[in-house]
Design a protein around this ligand. Structure first.
Ligand SMILES: NC(=O)c1ccc[n+]([C@@H]2O[C@H](COP(=O)([O-])OP(=O)(O)OC[C@H]3O[C@@H](n4cnc5c(N)ncnc54)[C@H](O)[C@@H]3O)[C@@H](O)[C@H]2O)c1
Length: 273
């Protein structure tokens, strides 16, 4: 169902790798809500070719960019403005990668070069996007920038290793740049802290199936699906949330406020009987 919430709005959506990606769903919904946008991803991810299908469906241009490269980001933001015919109303940062997680390194044996790469790709890239948008004066007043986070920024999930620090930095950047961009251009900046979701990045984390099920059982509404996360992104890009900024918004079915649930009690009781 479309409500034309983004009619006339233009933006950039990063991170759509395949149909499971949260950004993929955001793109489909943004298109249905009347937005025009540019899709972007790392040149390496592009070679998998999947994104072309999405671009066709959404009538979107693709501009490849490594989100750690200021040069690539400048080309992305200026190319997007040129293609879309003016300044931007929304930007989605949906980017995360940890080689330490991919290689199964535990927290005590992290490779520090990879750790720095994790921070650069998954957190500093958000600052870089915002800094490029500011430098090129690429955002319209009352524009909205959203990045995706995870509750491991506040609580310990042992297998999430260095991504926990990346998410803490990401959320801090949303607050600090949100202040700056609010003052400068009335642009709002937020992070959405999403439930575990079955995507390439998500399922790469060790023990994913167990903590997916655990979070599902702990959340009174169950885990929030990727489609619902996309709906939340659309609401934040829309004019209905103009005064929401500098927030980390929990989109987790109630997980973060729940101490224990009957489901978990039942599971534990069975173990003890
Ligand atoms: N899946 C989950 O359980 C979950 C939960 C909370 C938050 N998130 C966050 O949601 C965001 C999107 O992840 P997803 O779950 O849709 O998985 P995904 O694997 O589909 O998306 C991650 C994207 O990051 C892109 N990327 C990696 N390095 C890049 C670089 N250098 N430059 C540009 N792009 C790069 C990848 O190509 C990919 O498209 C991430 O920030 C992730 O941490 C995911």
């Amino acid at each position: 169902m479309s409500n034309n919430l983004l009619a006339g709005k233009v933006g950039i959506i990063s991170g759509a790798l395949d149909e499971k990606s949260i950004a993929w769903k955001v793109a489909l919904k943004a298109h249905a809500e009347g937005a025009r946008f540019v899709l972007t991803n790392a040149p390496l991810a592009m070679r998998m070719g999947e994104i072309n299908k999405l671009a066709e469906q959404c009538e979107a241009l693709i501009i490849p960019a490594d989100a750690t490269s200021m040069e690539d980001l400048e080309k992305l933001f200026s190319g997007a403005q040129e293609h879309l015919g003016g300044k931007l109303d929304f930007v989605l940062h949906s980017i995360g990668m940890s080689t330490n997680i991919r290689k199964g390194k535990h927290y005590g044996e992290l490779n520090y070069e990879w750790f720095q790469k994790t921070l650069d790709v998954s957190a500093l890239s958000f600052h870089k996007m915002l800094a490029v948008a500011e430098k090129l004066d690429a955002m319209n007043e009352w524009g909205s920038v959203v990045a995706l986070s995870y509750i491991a920024a506040q609580r310990v999930f042992p297998d999430y290793t260095d991504m926990s620090q990346a998410k803490a930095v990401l959320e801090s950047i949303a607050r600090n740049y949100g202040y700056r961009f609010g003052k400068l251009k009335k642009v709002r900046v937020n992070t959405i802290s999403q439930s575990p979701t079955k995507t390439t990045a998500g399922t790469g984390v060790g023990g994913f199936d167990a903590f997916y099920d655990y979070a599902d059982k702990m959340s009174p509404l169950g885990n929030a699906p990727a489609e619902a996360c996309a709906d939340y992104c659309i609401s934040l890009f829309s004019d209905l949330t103009r005064y929401v900024t500098m927030q980390n918004l929990l989109h987790d079915g109630g997980f973060s406020s729940t101490g224990i649930s009957e489901d978990i009690v039942e599971t534990m009781t069975k173990l003890h009987s």
